[in-house]
Design a protein around this ligand. Structure first.
Ligand SMILES: Cc1cc2nc3c(=O)[nH]c(=O)nc-3n(C[C@H](O)[C@H](O)[C@H](O)COP(=O)(O)O)c2cc1C
Length: 198
């Protein structure tokens, strides 16, 4: 589930929440999964991966990850991302574009402190996306961390990412196939709303 706090009272945020509530009502599985696409200009590569969106705090969308992972290298190299959710239970896709940045150390420490020790052992022990000899080595590293590490202390290489969209597209599939596409673009601090052909 996504935790909403002090949600920004502008139309695209309210619409996001309205669609989220509809998907919750339809028991949408994996509702917090969001695809994040990035561009690493050092290696000229575009990539995508799902993460779990944990919070929407005011106008900030927040997920957590490893700060030494390939996605982190991409965000450092080029701070614009595209984010994408699709909730099949209501047949709605939401596309977003945003600049991304790290959350504060204080925020990360507080969040990490309140997570389960099992989750934290994995965050501490995993050199995310680096090759390893075997899966049993992954489990060994995890078990070592579970026994030996301070599982309340957030490592420097782990924390949150926050993005505030400057572009939203809400796509609603209709039985008639006359699908509805509404976009919101922030121009000079004002949201401009328009429609796109399906
Ligand atoms: C549904 C789903 C949720 C995921 N959530 C996260 C997450 O919150 N944070 C994370 O670092 N990886 C998450 N992952 C794993 C990422 O997709 C990815 O494998 C990992 O972050 C490494 O990505 P990178 O090599 O691009 O840095 C999730 C995967 C799936 C399928």
């Amino acid at each position: 589930m996504i935790q909403f706090n002090n949600l920004h009272q502008e139309t695209p945020y309210l619409l996001f929440k309205e669609k989220y509530d509809e998907a919750v009502d339809e028991s949408q599985k994996g509702i917090e999964a969001i695809s994040i696409s990035s561009y690493n200009k050092e290696i000229s590569e575009v990539d995508s991966r799902y993460v779990n969106l944990k919070f929407i705090l005011n106008d900030e969308f927040i997920f957590f990850s490893n700060y030494e992972s390939p996605k982190a290298a991409a965000f450092n190299s080029h701070n614009q991302i595209a984010a994408l959710v699709y909730w099949p239970s209501i047949n709605v896709q939401i596309r977003m574009k945003a600049k991304i940045k790290k959350t504060s150390d204080e925020f990360n420490h507080k969040y990490f402190y309140n997570r389960s020790e099992e989750k934290n052992a994995l965050a501490i022990s995993s050199n995310q996306s680096k090759p390893i000899d075997s899966y049993s080595q992954v489990k060994e590293n995890y078990n070592k961390s579970l026994k030996n590490d301070d599982l309340k202390k957030c490592p420097e290489y782990w924390g949150g990412y926050s993005f505030t969209p400057f572009y939203f597209e809400f796509w609603e599939g209709h039985k008639s196939r006359i699908n509805k596409r509404v976009i919101f673009e922030k121009i000079d601090c004002v949201w401009k709303q328009s429609f796109l052909q399906p």
